[in-house]
Write a protein that binds this ligand. Sequence first.
Ligand code: SUG
Length: 447
Amino acid sequence: MSAYEVNFDGLIGPTHNYSGLSHGNLASANNARRVSQPRAAALQGLNKMWQLTELGLQQGVLLPQQRPHLPTLRALGFSGTDQAVIEQVARSAPELLASCYSASCMWTANAATVSPSADTADGKVHFTAANLNSMFHRSIEHPSTSRLLQAIFSDGDLFAHHSALPAGAHFGDEGAANHNRLAASYDAPGVELFVYGRYAFRDNKPQASRFPSRQTYEASQAISRLHQLDENAVVYAQQSPAIIDAGAFHNDVVSVANLNTLFLHEAAFVDKQAMQAQLQRAAGDTELHFVEVPTAEVSLQDAISSYLFNSQLVSLPNSDGMTLILPQESRENPAVYQYLTALQQADTPIKAVKFVDVRQSMQNGGGPACLRLRVALTDQELAAVNPRFLMNDELYARLVGWVERHYRERLSPEDLADPQLMQESFTALDELTQIFQLGSFYEFQQN
Ligand code: SUG
């Protein structure tokens, strides 16, 4: 039996824009109200998927959600025709219009938490859609995410799906962006590392004061219970509040794991020593590697602005060492580039680096790792995945053509008020459901 890590990347939607919606995400704040380039964004995302496919990795794709999300606007009291809803909300609550127009579902590391079958008591792959409670524009994603994951992983004997955790700040859950897994192989039982920013019910010491801590300990615990994980194979660790206040709003901005290796910034966790000892104890005979980047070599500011850790750490077929797939911003930062040059010569499992251009996504705080949801699958499970969602040359060519036909080159926040944009978005999404043979998946197709 063989096993794979399949990366499901979010196809970047036609309304990709910069609205400054995510407090604590410095890129989102710094680029607020800039003109975005939806076509370039989507082509960059597709190009990354294709490059990984060509490297011999299994690559999947998740579809964008309906934007503008009219059901949310209607639930908030806007009424009349679709066009009237857009016109009213543009006049009276432009922040709600931006929220319902955000293409944020592209960052599929936040779509769900996934536990492979080797870790779960019932031997199924478990999925819990993330409620993304901390940011309104993201909290509207999970119902569609759940429906999509069920359409892709539909075999109930192999896959188990859980609804998002209850709404409310106590159970803030940001999905796989705060979850890592260490294991000898993709189908061997592993240790799942849940990283939280704060406690919801207990005294919070220490805690971030400048920016929100999106993930709670209690949410992580609930997911571990839902996924039937062995409690001896689960470690909970707190992300450093200082690093959240410096702009690391998710743990995947300061650490990333693959197989037996955790690549992390020295200052990422509150109690790194205890965490590492617990991980090694839980991993038993599997020797873990902690590749730690010292603050003296890469400052917190450089780590966050370059997104050094928001990389994909992958094992390529026929290659012993691991490869880091990094945003090109890491090549442009001198301290980070110097560190990466030395890293490739050092005695660690990470042997190679590769840079990708996802600049449009980066400007909203989403690097290569944000754009993908990792799903470790055995070959039997992979064979049960809806094959239309797995990348190949034909699908790649069709999606590039679809983007080129439907996407605007430029989009400014003012353009969101134009009902024509809604029509363009729905026309594009309607054609997409035909490409994926998804039927009437979007709400606008169901009316
Ligand atoms: O939730 N940005 C996203 C970025 C998510 C990155 N994901 C991971 N680290 N895994 C967020 O903050 C910005 C939208 C705007 O400002 O228009 C935004 O939602």
